[in-house]
Design a protein around this ligand. Structure first.
Ligand code: NAP
Length: 414
């Protein structure tokens, strides 16, 4: 494939897929999008950390060859005002694994959010967000060390599908008439109307990914989080399809929570992943009071949106929360916060969200030594109370450092 502005490094090789698995060479080309606002600062810092961790882990046997891809303001400068160039999308699919900084959604008519566009155009159907506590990180919890979960949020359906009709429009009135006259529905005059599609296809592929992850990484449970007591045919159906999928495709590796108690008296048989479910509202409480009971969480789009920010707050907030948007193979890892424009180019913010998204990326390509090294260097750096401003304002006796100095400290601690 030839590109107009993207340059693929000559000494790198592309990741490929064989028999449904990634084949990763020792010199893979990984894509990166710097992002807008603070994107430049955090990408420069995180990339130094990643490269140092790869070098220290493999002593030159393995090396990432980075290919810069363009989205957002940098893309607009290069591609004549195009914030979302087609060739970037093509490259993200072609390279399979990439990482991106945050992107501004330009204010004004005619722009979809670039992040939403990326998820939809590449059908990145799972938003994956691990929530893990590092000793010494400021947290509002009494026992934050009990929080260790990974959220699989459905990324393409639910109220995010954009099927909404504004009050007072002819479309709204037409739908309202249909609902009242043909379906017997009752609601107030002039109500805005939205449709929430949840399908078996969308639910099952998300739950499949979550269960496979739990099996591959030795997690003891997958919790389906839903609001099925009220929204029976969407949220309730997500729950039903989740259990169905577990039975259809993972019968040997999973058991339901009901069987766990009825047959095994609550003692999980070795190697089995327990499939359980919780209603969304109680889940928020449980994740504060008894977080140790949960590991992998699979949930619908809106629940997942709320839950991932709430859980991130338990272990240090958005400055440190990593994430990824994934299809079956193609994956775009990303900082979960935005562009924080007031801090752009001040070398001030915390690069950890992007940095840990990179750790997820290294785990994804099977280079677990790199993420382990980054985690231990991060732990050491925090224990030395060397932190960026966001942590410094919540900690006593902290040494506040810049984005780049924080990266230096991390590398020094590897
Ligand atoms: P934001 O950029 O996430 O910033 C909100 C606040 O979060 C910041 O003012 C800062 O808090 C804190 N923060 C964010 N990143 C941080 C970091 N790396 N280290 C430490 N603190 C950090 O949210 P926003 O101001 O609502 O959105 C700004 C732009 O970003 C918008 O254009 C929005 O569309 C876009 N956005 C993009 C993405 C994405 O690309 N994935 C996600 C969300 C928003 P303090 O002010 O308290 O220091």
């Amino acid at each position: 494939m030839s590109y107009q502005h993207i340059r693929l490094p000559e000494n790198g090789e592309k990741i490929t897929i064989q028999d449904g698995r990634l084949v990763v060479p020792d010199n893979p080309i990984l894509g990166f999008v710097e992002g807008d606002g603070i994107g430049g600062d955090i990408t420069r810092a995180a990339m130094r950390v990643w490269n140092a961790a790869v070098e220290k882990s493999y002593a030159g046997q393995r090396k990432v060859h980075w290919a810069e891809l363009y989205l957002g303001e940098k893309a607009a400068g290069i591609y004549n005002g195009d914030y979302f160039p087609d060739e970037t999308l093509a490259a993200v699919e072609d390279l399979i694994v990439s990482i991106k900084g945050p992107l501004t959604t330009p204010v004004g008519g005619g722009f979809r959010s670039l992040n939403v566009s990326l998820r939809q155009d590449l059908d990145l159907y799972a938003c994956v967000r691990p929530v893990q506590y590092f000793d010494g990180v400021p947290s509002p919890m009494r026992r934050p060390e009990e929080v260790n979960a990974i959220i699989f949020r459905e990324n393409t359906e639910d109220v995010y599908a954009g099927i909404e009709y504004e009050s007072g429009t002819p479309e709204n009135e037409k739908l309202a008439r249909f609902l009242r006259e043909e379906m017997g529905a009752e609601f107030f005059e002039g109500a805005g109307l939205g449709i929430k599609p949840i399908s078996a296809f969308g639910s099952k592929r998300l739950v499949r990914k979550a269960i496979q992850y739990a099996i591959d990484h030795d997690h003891d449970s997958v919790t389906l989080v839903h609001k099925g007591n009220i929204q029976k045919f969407t949220e309730g159906a997500f729950r039903k399809w989740g259990y169905e999928l577990a039975e259809e495709e993972f019968a040997d590796q999973t058991i339901s929570e009901t069987d766990l108690w009825d047959i095994y008296d609550g003692n999980r048989p070795d190697g089995k992943v327990v499939i359980k479910d919780r209603i969304a509202d109680i889940m928020f409480q449980l994740m504060q009071l008894r977080p140790a009971e949960f590991s992998v969480i699979a949930t619908t789009n809106l629940n997942g949106d709320y839950l991932s920010d709430a859980l991130a707050a338990e272990v240090g907030g958005m400055g440190i929360a990593p994430g990824a948007n994934m299809a079956d193979h193609v994956a775009v890892f990303e900082a979960t916060h935005g562009t924080a424009p007031k801090y752009a180019n001040l070398d001030k913010v915390n690069p950890s969200s992007l940095m840990f998204s990179g750790s997820m990326m290294f785990d994804y390509i099977g280079w677990g030594e790199v993420s382990a090294l980054i985690a231990s260097a991060f732990g050491k750096t925090i224990s030395q109370r060397i932190v960026t401003y966001d942590f410094a304002r919540q900690m006593d006796n902290a040494t506040e450092v810049s984005t780049s100095a924080f990266a230096d400290a991390l590398i020094g601690n590897m």
